[in-house]
Design a protein around this ligand. Structure first.
Ligand SMILES: C[S@@+](CC[C@H](N)C(=O)[O-])C[C@H]1O[C@@H](n2cnc3c(N)ncnc32)[C@H](O)[C@@H]1O
Length: 271
C-alpha cells in the first residue's frame, strides 16, 4: 500500500479517549515497570491523554517525567490526569517525536505505546529517540499487531473489516503490523542489545468493555471521513461498510463478543 499522506487515522474524539483511558502503566507497560527506579529521567513519546504516563511518572518520582504529544488537546488532558497525587514530577508539552525538544543523552528511559505505528518515518523517529537516550538507557515500545487482533461475535469474525482498518492506517502512512517487526526495526536503528521481545493481548470482554470497543469502531473508522477514504482507496464498498456497521451493532450487547488488540513489546538498551 503506497503512503499517500501522514494523517493520524484515529482522531481525538470521546470514543477514542474512552479506549485510551482504560490503559495504565500496570496493564500497558508491565514489561517496563521492573526496570524503573526513583530518580530516573523518563520520556513518554506520543503520551495521548496521559493514562499510561501517570503511572510511569509515579514510578520514577522524584525523578523527571516528560510527556510529549503532537496534539495540544491531549497535552491538556494529560496535565489534568497528572493532577492526581504522586505525579508532581510530570511535565507535558506539545511537540513532534521526530524532532524532540531535548538535548542529547538526557533520558534513562524513552517509552512509547501505540505511537510508532502512526509515525510514517520509523528510522527518523528511532534516531531521535536514540539521540536523547543516555548510553546505557532503555527504549521501551509496545506497538500493534493488527493482523493478530480480532473481534469475534458468535459466527461473525469481522476479518475483512479488520483488514480494511489495517489498510486504512497503512494508506495514512502508518505501520499497523509494526508490533511483530520491532526486533529488526530497532536493530536497523543501531540498538543491538535486546533485553526483551514479547507479545501480549489487551482483551475486551464485558458488555461495558464491548460498548467502548463498538463506540471506538463507530467513531474512529466509520466516521464520514474514514468511510470516504476506505472507498476512495478501494478498501471497501458502501454495501460492505453498511453490512459491517450493522453486524457491529449486534455485537454491542452480545454476551459472546470478544475483542483483542495484539501488541508486540520490546525493551532495548542503547550501548
Ligand atoms: C493511539 S494514541 C496513543 C496514546 C498513548 N500512548 C496510549 O497508548 O494511551 C497515539 C498518539 O500519538 C500521537 N502522535 C502521533 N504522531 C505523533 C508525532 N509525530 N509526534 C508526537 N505525537 C504523535 C497522537 O497525537 C496520539 O495522541
Amino acid at each position: 500500500m503506497p503512503t499517500t499522506s501522514t494523517k493520524y487515522t484515529l482522531g481525538y474524539g470521546e470514543a477514542m479517549e474512552n479506549l485510551l483511558r482504560r490503559r495504565t502503566a500496570g496493564n500497558s507497560a508491565a514489561y517496563l515497570l521492573p526496570h524503573l527506579e526513583p530518580g530516573m529521567r523518563l520520556l513518554d513519546c506520543g503520551c495521548g491523554p496521559g493514562s499510561i504516563s501517570t503511572g510511569l511518572a509515579q514510578a520514577v518520582r522524584p525523578g523527571e517525567f516528560q510527556g510529549l504529544d503532537l496534539e495540544a488537546s491531549q497535552i491538556e488532558k494529560a496535565q489534568l490526569a497528572a493532577e492526581n497525587p504522586g505525579c508532581g514530577n510530570a511535565r507535558f508539552q506539545a511537540g513532534d517525536v521526530t524532532d524532540l525538544p531535548f538535548e542529547n543523552d538526557r533520558f534513562d528511559i524513552v517509552h512509547c505505546h501505540a505511537l510508532m505505528m502512526h509515525v510514517p518515518d520509523t528510522p527518523a523517529l528511532l534516531k531521535e529517540m536514540k539521540r536523547v537516550l543516555k548510553p546505557g538507557g532503555l527504549l521501551a515500545a509496545r506497538e500493534l499487531i493488527a493482523s493478530a487482533s480480532f473481534l469475534q461475535c458468535r459466527r461473525h469474525s469481522f476479518g475483512e473489516m479488520m483488514t480494511m482498518f489495517q489498510k486504512l492506517v497503512e494508506a495514512n502512512g502508518g505501520h499497523p503490523e509494526l508490533g511483530k517487526q520491532l526486533k529488526p526495526v530497532v536493530r536497523n536503528a543501531g540498538f543491538s542489545k535486546v533485553l526483551l521481545a514479547t507479545t501480549t493481548f489487551e482483551c475486551f470482554n464485558t458488555e461495558k468493555e464491548m460498548t467502548i470497543v463498538i463506540d471506538f469502531f463507530e467513531s474512529c473508522f466509520f466516521n464520514p471521513e474514514n468511510r470516504k477514504a476506505a472507498i476512495d482507496h478501494g478498501l471497501a464498498t458502501e454495501e460492505q461498510l453498511a453490512r459491517w456497521q450493522n453486524q457491529l451493532q449486534n455485537c454491542r450487547h452480545s454476551p459472546d463478543a470478544l475483542f483483542a488488540h495484539a501488541w508486540g513489546e520490546i525493551l532495548v538498551r542503547k550501548t
